[in-house]
Design a protein around this ligand. Structure first.
Ligand code: KG4
Ligand code: ZN
Length: 341
């Protein structure tokens, strides 16, 4: 039998300090997440300096917990994987420096991972049958991409947002209707009490770019709707706004993903990133994929939002390809998918 490959993975690109031990790519032995959300809530969004400082305070403890819960020792690790971009530079640097130090100390290879490639790989954890090629919709706080996963570690971006990311739109609209940070989960909840047909919000289409997205017009439409009601001294109905806004986002995400899957002759579709935890998006994707004879894959909500297990899975496939990083690995805040690191 082949030897087990154990990877210690570290993720610190935004406001979660996370470490995980993943065996043979898809078996999560531990997945520790220390969230800073409560701290950033006070400011209505992530404050980069606070994020970096908290990562420094928490990182050792989170790694120790991950090792302990997995019932292994650092010496059992075959490689150290770490998110090196994109993300907040000061936050990324904490994880990268830590990973380098451990890799040097135990003399095991270092693997720099792209955060979005990690989100995509989250789909492998619970879907043991999923193998490339497939199409993946990645929707997070900072990114909205349609990615062709051609093979393990081989990606082609075929669509992207021209302005706001889907999660960013959720967070901004949530703030406008008086919900706290992060807004996505709260809109998801409130929308269940609202009428999604109450307000006809726009669905932007970009000429000549059928798989691209734009959410800034939708965000402005929500703000205009609120201003208009205020001027007319009419009551706002936050649940109807949440439901109508969410429906507009879900509508474009689903229709563009299905169109791309058909045009590219794909029979498998996956979703990933924080917004992939959205219940309306998951339901609409399930229905549309069934109607179009596409097999849908999605991670549990805990693997949709930021975590290190997904980084461990992505690291494993880079490990098999012999894609190791040198000790000159740096934090790259605007790292492109597929770019060397
Ligand atoms: O992937 P993620 O944890 O971090 C980034 O890489 O950005 O995504 C965070 C984003 C936030 O914008 C948050 O509001 C959104 O994902 N989000 C949701 C839901 N859960 C998290 N958006 C809509 N519905 C949800 N249930
Ligand atoms: Zn993320």
């Amino acid at each position: 039998m082949a030897k087990d490959i154990n990877i210690l993975a570290i993720e610190t690109s935004c406001d979660e300090t996370a470490a995980a031990v993943v065996r043979n790519g898809r078996e999560v032995r531990s997945n520790i997440i220390s969230s800073q959300i409560e701290l950033h809530k006070l400011y209505g969004g992530v404050v980069p300096e606070i994020a970096s400082r908290k990562h420094i305070e928490k990182i050792n403890q989170v790694i120790e917990e991950a090792i302990k819960e997995a019932k292994v020792s650092l010496q059992d690790m075959d490689a150290i994987g770490v998110t090196c971009g994109p993300g907040l530079v000061g936050a990324l640097l904490v994880g990268v420096a830590q990973a380098k130090a451990i890799s040097f100390a135990i003399d095991r290879p270092l693997i720099g991972v792209h955060h979005i490639e990690g989100h995509i790989c989250a789909n492998y954890i619970e879907n043991k049958d999923l193998e490339p090629p497939f199409l993946c919709l990645v929707v997070s706080g900072g990114h909205t991409h349609l990615v062709m996963v051609k093979d393990y570690g081989e990606y082609e971006v075929i669509g992207r947002t021209r302005d706001d990311a889907a999660g960013e739109a959720f967070d901004k609209v949530a703030r406008a209707i008086g919900l706290g940070y992060p807004g996505g989960p709260q809109i998801d909840k409130l929308a269940r009490e609202g009428n999604k047909e109450a307000i006809a919000f726009p669905r932007a289409q970009i000429e000549g770019a059928p798989y691209d997205f734009s959410f800034s017009g939708l965000k402005s439409a929500v703000l205009n709707h609120l201003n208009l009601l205020e001027m007319k001294k009419q009551d706002i109905n936050p649940a109807d706004i949440a439901a109508s806004f969410q429906d507009a986002v879900v509508d474009v995400l689903v229709s563009r993903t299905i169109a791309a899957a058909k045009d590219y002759g794909m029979d498998k579709v996956a979703i990933a990133g924080g917004v992939a935890a959205n219940s309306a998006l998951r339901e609409a994707m399930k229905t549309s994929c069934t109607n179009n004879s596409l097999k849908l894959y999605y991670p549990s909500p805990i693997y949709c939002t930021d975590n290190a297990a997904m980084i461990g899975t992505a690291s494993y496939y880079e490990y098999l390809r012999g894609n190791f990083s040198g000790y000159d690995l740096n934090a790259i805040p605007n790292l492109k998918i597929g770019e060397a690191r």
